[in-house]
Each structure stands twice: as C-alpha cells, then as structure tokens.
Design a protein around this ligand. Structure first.
Ligand code: PPO
Length: 215
C-alpha cells in the first residue's frame, strides 16, 4: 500500500532503548515510530510528492500548530527533490492555523486563520496542505470545504499520519507517511493540550500522561 502500516504490538519499542526527555518518561507508554524512521520516510515522501508536479510553483501550506515539524522537515527534503521534468520545484511557504482538538476529542468546529485577502491571493495556485495527522478526517474535510470556494489550480494534502479509526469519515489524503493504530499518539510535534511537542519520537501516551495533562 502507499504507506507504512504501524501495527501496535510489532512497532512497540522500549523507552529505555532510545533517548526520551526525562520529564516524559512516566507519560508515554512506548515508542511507535522513532525519529530516525520518521525522517527516512519523509525523505521518500518528498521525492514522491515533488515528482508529481510539473514545472510550476507550488504553495506549501503548513497546518499549524501540529504540522510545523513535519512541514519544515518535508520542505527541506523537497528542496533537494526533482519534479517530473527532473527539475527542482519552486516553492512558497504559507501557514494556516486550524484549532479543533480539546483533550483527545475533536471539537468539530474549524477556525481558519488566513484572511480573506490572503486566501484570494492563492487563486490559481497549486496548494499543498501539510498536516500532522488525519484522525476522523472531519477537520481536514471541513478545511477543504472552506478552501474549495477559492479557485486553486490544485489542492493536495500530505499527512504524516493516518489513524486507523472506525470514526473515520473516509477521507484519505493524497500522501501519507504512516498509518497508526487507533490510540492517541504524541511527539514529533503531535500534542496533547500543547504538551509533548518537544518529544522527537512518535509515542503512545500513557494513562498517567493523559491524567497529568488533561485540561
Ligand atoms: O492521536 C492524536 N494525537 C495528537 N493529536 C491528534 C491525534 N488525533 N487527532 C489529533
């Protein structure tokens, strides 16, 4: 398939085999995806994505806050990748703020931070939205609906993670790094109430961690 399928019991690395910040050792259960594997997969994604554009500028848009680590690493690799004509791909970078999670539940409403003027300027452009995780898919679906009234030349979505959840609305992004089990993952900028963004590996949060940082 087009992504790496993370199967919980097979992808369970012991915490003491890797470097974990001391302030998180009680708050994460196990490491699902070590940082090195994340980076190697992003290098490949960058080649796949870049190779599907022809000689045209694209706007790579980071969906904040969760997407920023994946966004910066992906863009760095894309700078060295080649498009379908074997040329480098000119990119402009943009940022969109979408808030939709409280604790580990989607609030269902999506606030887009870009102004009307900024959105109008993207008319006719190739947009690549970069997101950290697609869980139910409702946030991204709503975001795409919101953006659909602005005539982009193309809109594609790259997500580092796709959660295997029965709550999925069925939305699947154009590009996915890993499919992850139906549990709340943190690290590599994925947060739980803004905690764990400073953890390099993608981990499963522990019950201790869920309680400690619940709002
Ligand atoms: O598992 C998750 N971990 C962090 N953030 C989010 C998750 N699912 N939707 C948003």
């Amino acid at each position: 398939s087009q992504w790496i399928d993370v199967v919980e019991d097979k992808f369970k690395y012991k915490l003491d085999h890797f470097v974990i910040p001391g302030h998180y050792t009680d708050d994460v259960e196990s490491i699902l995806i070590p940082h090195g594997l994340i980076m190697d997969r992003i290098a490949k994604l960058a080649q796949i994505i870049t190779s599907e554009y022809d000689n045209e500028r694209i706007v790579v848009c980071c969906v904040l806050k969760g997407g920023h680590q994946f966004f910066s690493d992906l863009v760095n690799y894309m700078k060295k990748a080649l498009n379908k004509e074997g040329k480098t791909l000119p990119m402009t970078l943009d940022f969109i703020r979408v808030k939709s999670y409280e604790n580990d539940r989607s609030t269902g409403d999506v606030h887009v931070s870009m102004t009307e003027k900024e959105l109008q300027e993207l008319k006719g452009k190739n947009l690549l939205l970069v997101e950290d995780i697609i869980d139910t898919g409702n946030t991204m679906k709503k975001l795409l609906d919101t953006l659909s009234k602005y005539e982009f030349k193309s809109v594609k979505v790259a997500s580092l993670l796709l959660k295997k959840t029965p709550l999925s609305c069925g939305y699947v992004p154009d590009y996915v790094g890993f499919a992850v089990p139906d549990l709340f993952v943190v690290g590599y900028c994925l947060d739980y109430n803004d905690i764990f963004r400073d953890l390099d590996h993608i981990c499963a949060i522990s019950e201790t961690g869920k309680k400690k940082y619940a709002v």
